[in-house]
Design a protein around this ligand. Structure first.
Ligand SMILES: *Cc1c(COP(=O)(O)O)cnc(C)c1O
Length: 393
């Protein structure tokens, strides 16, 4: 067999990530590869750190993109901050909290689980109770923006409670960063990880992380070696740390970092607050269109992530057939439900570059037409107009 070049189709990505990538980001990726210790590249890394500090709203010196996807950022936080024998309180209200628990246990630590229903935010009262019952806990972990359900938890309140009980916090904001308010320093978050392919609209495969001074002190004072060589921050700091000689640790994914740099420049040009407001505005329009069809979001109003809309599948509808029709007929990808929500919801992403009028109107029109074609009793014909009314003239 003689293989030919691979040419993917052009899609509109409105699932839980990856999101539509800005063409500027793809163009940046095609620029010439240079050495990862080239002084020009090192200057770009320094600038990238500043751009990430802006995106996270932090002055943390230890702010960098891990050379691997969001899951590696997650793992970096746990393997560096958790030691064998520790107790970690893990809040679970969806898929990703469950993965945090798995990480804790693989570090040889004990996870105390605070559970909330899928679709609801983490309950601060329950966290407080768990911390009272477990004074031995040293870390609290929770997901800011739960992509499996579309629920946004109050990261500021949860962090404040954790600190009152002398715990550090590990926060998953893979889907939060760039899409909803996030203030690492003001809220006192100790360790946070994100991903390149959600609201930053970069290509997948990089995980921005940031660690407070308290977190760095905990890492430096560890009594066990970090079990992962690749993710050991004591070693990674030699490459990304400030004022270091930039010793070789691993070959940085040079072109992928050009892409992330460009996506962060785009975020800075727009302004963080403007990006948050844009996600909110397009969410309102999408919601109006969905509701005009008689479809409902599963997350209570006050806790909805604008960038991830979990919509109940109407009774009698074959949800997989709808997603297939959207992909085949419109080149439009939306996400399926996970875990207990499998078969029950669609997940419609409005992330980064993809949070725009064109995508909202395409999605509403395509969904309405597809559902009507399935013979369901959705109220067809008004979704685009309802969204347009939100946008105004
Ligand atoms: C996407 C996602 C991850 C994992 O990121 P990958 O890049 O897929 O490894 C982790 N947490 C949340 C909340 C996510 O949405």
């Amino acid at each position: 067999m003689t293989a030919k070049s691979f040419h993917p189709p052009v899609r509109t990505l409105m699932g839980p990530g990856p999101s539509d990538v800005n063409p500027r980001v793809l163009a940046a990726m095609a620029r010439p590869t240079i050495g990862h210790l080239d002084p020009v590249f090192v200057d770009m890394m320094d600038e990238m750190k500043g751009l990430l500090q802006y995106a996270f709203q932090t002055e943390n010196q230890l702010t960098l993109p891990v050379s691997a996807p969001g899951s590696a950022g997650m793992e970096m936080c746990f393997v560096n901050l958790v030691e064998p024998g520790d107790t970690v309180v893990v809040c679970i209200n969806g898929v990703f909290g469950g993965r945090m628990k798995e990480n804790v246990e693989r570090c040889g630590a004990t996870a105390v689980v605070v559970e909330d229903e899928w679709g609801k935010p983490v309950d601060p009262g329950k966290l407080e109770e768990a911390l009272k019952a477990h004074p031995e806990a040293g870390v609290v972990a929770f997901v800011h923006a739960e992509t499996s359900t579309g629920a946004c938890s109050d990261a500021k309140a949860l962090t404040e409670i954790a600190h009152r009980h002398d715990c550090l916090v590990i926060v998953d904001s893979v889907t939060g960063l760039g899409g909803v308010e996030l203030r690492v320093d003001d809220w006192g978050i100790d360790a946070i990880y994100s991903g390149s392919q959600k609201c930053l609209s970069c290509t997948p495969g990089l995980s921005p992380v940031s660690f407070s001074e308290r977190a760095v002190a905990r890492i430096k004072g560890r009594s066990h070696k970090v079990q992962s060589w690749f993710l050991d921050l004591n070693l990674v700091m030699g490459y990304w740390g400030s004022g270091t000689k930039r010793a070789y640790h691993h070959t940085a994914p040079i072109n992928a970092l050009y892409a992330l740099h460009e996506s962060l420049v785009i975020l800075q040009e727009e302004g963080l607050e403007n990006a948050w407001a844009r996600h909110r505005a397009h969410h309102e329009a999408l919601k109006a269109g969905l509701e005009s069809m008689g479809l409902n979001l599963i997350v209570p109003r006050d806790s909805r992530l604008p960038q991830l809309n979990a919509v109940s599948v109407p009774a009698g509808v074959d949800e997989a057939a709808v997603r297939k029709a959207l992909l085949d007929d419109y080149g439009l990808e939306i996400g399926a439900g996970l875990g207990p929500l499998a078969g029950k919801v669609w997940r419609i992403g409005l992330m980064g570059f993809g949070a725009n009028r064109k995508n909202v109107l395409l999605c509403l029109g395509a969904l309405e037409n597809t559902l009507a074609g399935q013979g369901t009793d959705v109220r067809a014909g008004g979704a685009v107009a309802a969204a347009m009314a939100v946008y105004g003239a």
